[in-house]
Design a protein around this ligand. Structure first.
Ligand SMILES: [Zn+2]
Length: 236
């Protein structure tokens, strides 16, 4: 199948980034196996991975929204936090069996070694992956300076705040965040902006709402921005 829809390149940290329009996946090639993080929208992602490596590919999903699970059905199984199982089934037509991936589990593929950090808020079972030795974090949708969806089913601002506070305590372990949307990398300082803005929102201290610039959200949802933090919230 034509995979020209993907933009593929190698990052400074020696792994692959596979972008499709507004979203990206990451492919880590280890000594024994490869690790694919997230499954984009559509196309033949499995074939694209096999074009990069002949190692067996393990698939991990940061969270089960449709732009991260579109090609999941091409693989034998996919790993995610069990709090995403329900969402994964609801949001997808062709799916591979979901296997549990728990907080604190270590994914060691040789060359790369990740710890699973549970960060609910954007979705109930959103995870980040921490590479302590190489000092970077894979943050999914939760850590970025683009608009973060915090409206509708499963989104939870108090949980998002708790997750950002959790990540602040891990700040000494990484120097860079790889994001699924917008800029490829973020300065970890954005976590402080996200935490303080989430606290402001919960305290009712809100800036003027704007219309969603992406036009994907329903009209009752507005963009609220402060510094590098941008949240899409139901109008309040
Ligand atoms: Zn996303």
């Amino acid at each position: 199948m034509d995979d020209s829809r993907y933009n593929v390149f190698q990052t400074d940290d020696g792994f692959w980034c596979i972008e499709q329009t507004f979203v990206r996946s990451f492919l880590f090639v280890g000594e024994q196996e490869a690790l694919l993080v997230d499954c984009l929208l559509d196309g033949d992602l499995k074939a694209r991975c096999e074009g990069i490596t002949d190692k067996p590919v393990r698939v991990v999903i940061t969270h089960a929204d449709g732009d991260h699970t579109g090609c999941a059905g091409q693989f034998d199984k996919v790993y995610m936090h069990p709090a995403e199982f329900d969402r994964y089934t609801l949001k997808n037509k062709a799916i591979a069996p979901a296997e549990p991936l728990w907080e604190g589990e270590v994914i060691d593929i040789g060359t790369f070694r990740f710890e699973v950090v549970l960060i609910p808020g954007h979705t109930p079972g959103s995870i980040a992956l921490l590479e302590r030795e190489k000092r970077f974090l894979i943050g999914g949708d939760s850590i970025q300076s683009g608009p973060i969806f915090l409206f509708g089913d499963g989104r939870n601002v108090p949980a998002f705040l708790a997750s950002m506070e959790k990540l602040k305590k891990l700040r000494g372990s990484f120097d860079k965040v790889y994001a699924s949307h917008h800029g490829l990398t973020e300065d970890p300082a954005v976590i402080e902006d996200l935490a303080s803005f989430a606290a402001d929102v919960l305290a009712g201290d809100l800036p003027e709402p704007q219309d969603d610039p992406g036009g994907k959200a329903p009209p009752s949802v507005k963009l609220y921005s402060r510094g590098n933090a941008h949240f899409l919230l139901s109008e309040r």
